[in-house]
Design a protein around this ligand. Structure first.
Ligand code: NAD
Length: 480
């Protein structure tokens, strides 16, 4: 018998304590070899004046155990409360969010009887990097940040997950017909990493039509990997498609730390009624058991839970179309699962985790990058200006000339408005003026940019942002 693994547990808010009690009761009865360290997170901590929802002392336990089983929490409305999930993801570099979404037909009503999909969502980058600005009175900006190592790591994680869990196909959703540089890079890395996995089928969909296909024919998908925003939205939609939001668990994986939870919230209106479904958190705990190297216990719990569903035992949120048995409470549901420990489902597919099914983080390939040349080709200067038309601004900017730099064009809200533009478009007070070397293909220097900005300032303009334009290996690293 191996030693117990220490884990950190938070009971959370609302229905949290009830579903955590149920979950721990089941996994302990199954023989989970764990030592629990309890911490407090959530509403009480927020309301005590801590805007992160977690006390400084609780981080110590998390740093020590590196495994966090967390019940949902309530984030108080209003105020500057920070999302505990976002803080934890950032503190521990939890870059992969893994959400299996499975149908349990015919025992749970769903429009999609055949569905066994795992969504692997990048968890740190994209529009969630938290880089946002109000730049002018009229214009706000959020930065979509996609990095090469961040993309490689999540994509490699998805392929490794597929191999470890005997999956057949990995699908990538992107929008690189529009976001050619950011999503274009994600797509390219998917293709490159995919070559290392010839045994797996690979496909790439534009996210809009891909999402439509996922929502109507989920049986055609297996493992899906996507950037943060697409994954956030689609994993909720996909979980809901299985029949209840109360059914799905989720793992957040980092290089050394992992957090496991249900995907739903704290359902405050249901709190204290012994009615909530503990299944989402229980399946989160099953993923945790696999992660900490107890696949035997994970399989035992998962199979007992499947057998319980097959026998028609369910909480209020599940539509049971087979047995027409009244729903049971949270505690009673847990007791029924405990009774079935050691049994396997007969209609639903039994699970069998092995030591290789884990949620280990995947590193980077470690391949040495070939050196990429980088040349400064121009600069976009963003101006806050509301005193005239595009032509007025263009005529002034055209007169500003410094060594190696000349106005190429001005755009407003992404549309070219000077030297030629549509008279019909609405202009905002944020203007992007692109300056490049008038000698085509020639580079510029940082001093050229500094001189340009000085001239722009002398003309009384408020430049609010500059963005250098680079070519990488001769290819434009900016949207044309
Ligand atoms: P919610 O997920 O709590 O509830 C949505 C609906 O689903 C409700 O009708 C609820 O009764 C039902 N539901 C959710 N879980 C259930 C379960 N286990 N069994 C049966 N029914 C269940 O979402 P919400 O109402 O938007 O959010 C409530 C609170 O939860 C908010 O404070 C929100 O910030 C927080 N929240 C926390 C997390 C988290 O801790 N990871 C995630 C999402 C929301």
């Amino acid at each position: 018998m191996s030693e117990n693994t220490p884990i950190t547990v938070a009971y959370g808010d609302g229905i949290g304590p009830e579903i955590m009690d149920a979950t721990l009761k089941i996994i302990k009865a199954a023989g989970a070899r764990i030592d629990i360290e309890e911490i407090e997170v959530g509403e009480k901590v927020y309301l005590s004046g801590n805007d992160t929802g977690i006390a400084a002392s609780s981080w110590e336990s998390l740093r020590r155990t590196k495994v966090f089983l967390k019940a949902p929490i309530t984030t108080p409305q209003g105020g500057g409360y920070k999302s505990l999930n976002v803080t934890t993801r950032k503190m521990f570099g939890l870059y992969a969010n893994v959400r299996p979404c499975v149908s349990y037909h015919p025992f749970i009503q769903t429009k999609h009887p055949v569905m066994d999909v795992v969504i692997i969502r990048e968890n740190e980058e994209d529009l969630y990097a938290g880089i946002e600005y109000r730049q002018t009175r009229q214009v706000t900006q959020g930065v979509k940040l996609i990095s090469k190592p961040g993309s490689e790591r999540i994509i490699r994680y998805a392929f490794e997950y597929a191999v470890r869990n005997n999956r057949k196909k990995v699908t990538c959703f992107v929008k690189d017909n529009i976001m050619k540089i950011t999503d274009g890079m994600f797509h390219k890395i998917f293709n490159e990493v995919g070559e290392e996995y010839p045994e797996l089928e690979k496909e790439v969909w534009i996210v809009d039509i891909g999402a439509a296909k996922l929502a109507t024919t989920p049986e055609q998908f297996d493992v899906l990997v996507m950037e943060n925003l697409y994954g956030d939205i689609l994993s909720d939609v996909t979980a809901q498609m299985t029949g209840s939001v109360g059914l799905a668990g989720s793992a957040n994986i980092g290089a050394e730390f992992a957090m496991f939870e249900a995907i739903h919230g704290s359902a405050p209106k249901r709190a204290g009624q012994n009615s909530a479904n503990p299944s989402g958190l229980l399946l989160g705990a099953v993923m945790m058991l696999v992660h900490i190297g107890q696949p035997d216990i994970a399989s035992k719990v998962h199979n007992a839970w499947l057998k319980t569903l097959e026998d028609g035992i369910h909480t209020y949120d599940i539509k049971d179309v087979m047995h027409h048995i009244d729903p049971v409470g949270t505690k009673e549901f847990a007791d029924e699962v405990v009774k079935r420990l050691g049994q396997k489902p007969s209609t639903l597919k039994a699970v069998e985790y092995s030591s290789k099914s884990g949620h280990q983080a995947s590193g980077l390939s470690g391949k040495k990058e070939t050196k990429i040349t980088k040349e400064l080709a121009g600069v976009d200067v963003f101006i806050d200006w509301e005193s005239g038309s595009a032509n007025d601004l263009g005529n002034i900017m055209n007169k500003i000339k410094v060594e190696n730099l000349e106005l190429l064009r001005i755009s407003n809200r992404g549309v070219t408005v000077f030297p030629e533009g549509s008279p019909d478009i609405i202009n905002s007070d944020q203007w992007r003026c692109r300056f490049m070397n008038p000698q085509k293909g020639m580079t510029i220097t940082h001093s050229n940019i500094i001189q340009l900005l000085e001239k722009i300032r002398e003309h009384g303009f408020d430049f609010i942002q500059t963005q250098n334009l680079y070519n990488f290996d001769g290819e434009a690293g900016f949207s044309l």
